[in-house]
Design a protein around this ligand. Sequence first.
Ligand SMILES: Nc1ncnc2c1ncn2[C@@H]1O[C@H](COP(=O)(O)OP(=O)(O)OP(=O)(O)O)[C@@H](O)[C@H]1O
Ligand SMILES: [Mg+2]
Length: 387
Amino acid sequence: MDNPFSIEYAVAPHQLIDREEEVRQVKQALTQAGKLFMIGPRRFGKTSILIAAEEALPKRRARVIHLNVQSFTSIEQLVRGLIAATAKFAPNAQQAARMVKDIFTSLQPGVTYNPEKSTFQVTLGVKSRPEEQPAPLLVEALNQIEEYAQAAKYTIGVILDEFQEILKLGGPEIENQLRSAVQLHRHVGYVFAGSETSLLQDMINNPARPFYRLGLPLFIKSIPRPDFASAIVQGFAGLGCVVPDAALTTLFELTEDVPYYVQLLAKTAWDRAEQQSWRELTPSLVAEVFQSLVQLFDPIYANQWVGQTTNQRKVLSAIAQGHTQKLTSQQFLRAFDLSSGTIHKALQSLESVHLLRREVAGTEIQYRLEDPLFKGWVLRFVQDQRD
Ligand SMILES: Nc1ncnc2c1ncn2[C@@H]1O[C@H](COP(=O)(O)OP(=O)(O)OP(=O)(O)O)[C@@H](O)[C@H]1O
Ligand SMILES: [Mg+2]
């Protein structure tokens, strides 16, 4: 029997739990020329939602260009990716070269088709000159897609996943240039998705920045427990193994409701249940499987820990132990022997290397370890030190 849980790069649309509303909003932006900013922490299921939305559109009419900005090393390469994706709209490979030449006239693209991989290889006749920012190439390409969509009388959807990476490729200029193009487009819908939450929030919420209020935000939160729970119960039912509510609660608490880690823990537990013919998944079995995963990653986590300064370690262990809020209060600083200067510095650097994630709980800022397994490792380490 196949394991029903998945930790693939993104879940297949038929395995997507919940997210109907998010998928609807993405589809709407893509087909109605909206501008949507999808913002959520790492591993919460952003890419899975994008793929599900794209797949749900009618195959013959929908035109979607879906790129992951992180997989490109320059703006020029991103533009080539954009053109290669557009080439797929052509009815066949022969017509693709003609079509992209017509659309992207000023960029003089050359296209070759690789039948084995069903991909297009694109070269540009025009390159950005070294003395000039490469951003105009991207703006030019998007403007030409807009013109093409207008002439063809349909809407094209552009998805840029890991959008925050665009700043690394194009520098601060790119924000201005993209905004001035995108805000005028009436026949291209944009979904900008990204995980560097504070940076993306600042991009759309800071009046001084070009993307301010350009589109609507869509915040990706954890999946409601009842929805995830029924999928888990059903997955284990195939093995004849029951999962009581207490075990589900343990599972969600240990993984802090991060969808990827919920799936990872459920998947690992399912393998054990199958091998050892478990009839019931108890809370202590869930905890045992969780610890086995912590152990599996031990060399990585130990390395991560060794790489931290004393203050950063203090902050990590405090947060792991549940001190997630009011980290700058006098009471906290005294208890952990930190100063307000050192705590700010430690929080900032831990956030920048993705060990910590900042979120808002009510009106309070709250910190969490981004990886709940690392949290488990830190707790075990602190405990071992005490013993
Ligand atoms: N709606 C969902 N239903 C079931 N599993 C999910 C769902 N969303 C996310 N997951 C789990 O989380 C994993 C990561 O999902 P995905 O790659 O879509 O997240 P992401 O937010 O794009 O991550 P990253 O920040 O790494 O790009 C999936 O492989 C799956 O295990
Ligand atoms: Mg992703």
